[in-house]
Design a binder for this molecule. Structure first.
Ligand SMILES: NC(=O)c1ccc[n+]([C@@H]2O[C@H](COP(=O)([O-])OP(=O)(O)OC[C@H]3O[C@@H](n4cnc5c(N)ncnc54)[C@H](OP(=O)(O)O)[C@@H]3O)[C@@H](O)[C@H]2O)c1
Length: 344
């Protein structure tokens, strides 16, 4: 195992951006496994393989990237968004596959928090590979697809994003209850693309009755995305005894849970790691009161109502100093609207 010249830092960083993009491209398709991306560079630092996690039971990202690279992997570098696994689950350990392929160095972004899979970095180093943990690049438009999964391992529940569309003055519906459509076409298309990356969409019974939503992920032409998230309703009211309401959910199928906590326990047990709460105000307030909101996607439209229904339906605190605060992660212009993404 002679001393290999390290690849240039700029090469390593752009390979990491590629690996992050590859991981991001399979969000929604891998749960309960993480959406990992991997890039193989040959000994000269050229990209010779890109891979991403396949659906559960199929190949991990490193294996896909190694397959694409073939013999060109020998003496090269693997750049991976998650520490290569070291255990034999439904697939063999990725650390051993990297060693067998003759990889000389491994860069990884996140350490594996999963107690059964951890130890990959140590196994690789013990086999003589140059292993290092690298930090996330500060590149615009590259998101870290592993954040929800990492939280789900830590908290043993799905990562929760609260999504709402509001007017400039903070309302989600007019006083007559009309709320379609506050935002424009681009924002609504973005919402559908976002749904296709989630494991479940959650609403309260109030929204199920009021809006008769389908909770499907659709392309701009109206056709269904390949991946459809689970449709979940929280509340005790019986949708099946509701006569002429919630017809779409009854037609398409849904799961119902009597409480926020039971929903998260049940969904986690069924493999969901990344869920989107789409309201309404009662359910949004319940998630915030339970301190179970990890991220917020706020779509803000240049519309003013003066009065109407708010994003939340009750006070969370009595004084500002006690209010939960989030930090801004990204701001995305969508036509006349703006999507602001926040994290706890
Ligand atoms: N602009 C937007 O982004 C947006 C998004 C969604 C909805 N909306 C609007 O919001 C309105 C509906 O809001 P809403 O507040 O009436 O209804 P909601 O929040 O959808 O549902 C409220 C119901 O959720 C259940 N629930 C809430 N907290 C719970 C908890 N901690 N445990 C168990 N169940 C809980 C209860 O169901 P049970 O009573 O059955 O037990 C409660 O009655 C609609 O008009 C809709 O158009 C707007």
């Amino acid at each position: 195992m002679g001393a290999k010249p390290a690849i240039a830092e700029s090469v390593a960083r752009s390979a990491l951006v590629e690996a992050m993009r590859a991981g991001d491209s399979v969000r929604g398709l891998t749960s309960p496994n993480p959406p990992v991306g991997a890039v193989i560079l040959n000994a000269e630092g050229e990209i010779v393989g890109v891979g991403a996690t396949q659906p559960p039971g199929s190949a991990h990202a490193e294996i896909m990237a190694l397959r694409a690279a073939g013999e060109r992997a020998r003496g090269g570098t693997a750049v991976v968004t998650l520490e290569p696994c070291n255990h034999t689950g439904r697939t063999g350990p990725c650390s051993q596959a990297l060693i067998a392929a003759g990889i000389a160095a491994v860069d990884y972004l996140h350490a594996d928090p999963n107690p059964v899979a951890t130890g990959g970095a140590a196994a690789l180093a013990a086999a003589g590979l140059k292993v290092r943990q690298v930090s996330a690049p500060d590149a615009a438009g590259v998101s870290d697809a592993l954040i929800p999964w990492l939280l789900s391992v830590r908290e043993q529940r799905p990562h929760v994003t609260l999504k709402f569309a509001q007017t400039l003055d903070g309302f989600t519906a007019a006083i007559d209850g009309t709320s379609q459509w506050i935002t424009g076409t681009q924002a609504r298309q973005w919402v559908h693309a976002d749904r296709a990356r989630r494991d479940a969409i959650i609403i309260g019974t109030g929204t199920a009755f009021a809006d008769d939503p389908s909770l499907t992920a659709r392309y701009p032409d109206g056709s269904l995305s390949e991946h459809q998230p689970r449709r979940v309703v929280i509340g005790r009211r019986d949708l099946t005894a509701a006569g002429d309401v919630a017809r779409n959910l009854r037609r398409l199928g849904y799961e119902q849970y009597p409480s926020v906590e039971e929903a998260l326990v049940g969904l986690y047990a069924e493999g969901a790691r990344d869920v989107l709460v789409e309201g309404g105000a009662g359910l949004a307030s319940a998630f915030l009161e339970a301190d179970l909101v990890d991220a917020i996607s706020a779509y803000v439209a240049p519309v003013l109502l003066g009065a109407g229904r708010g994003v939340l339906d009750r006070a969370l605190v009595q004084t500002l100093a006690l209010a939960p605060r989030f930090h801004r992660v990204e701001t995305i212009a969508l036509g006349e609207d703006v999507l602001i993404e926040y994290a706890r």
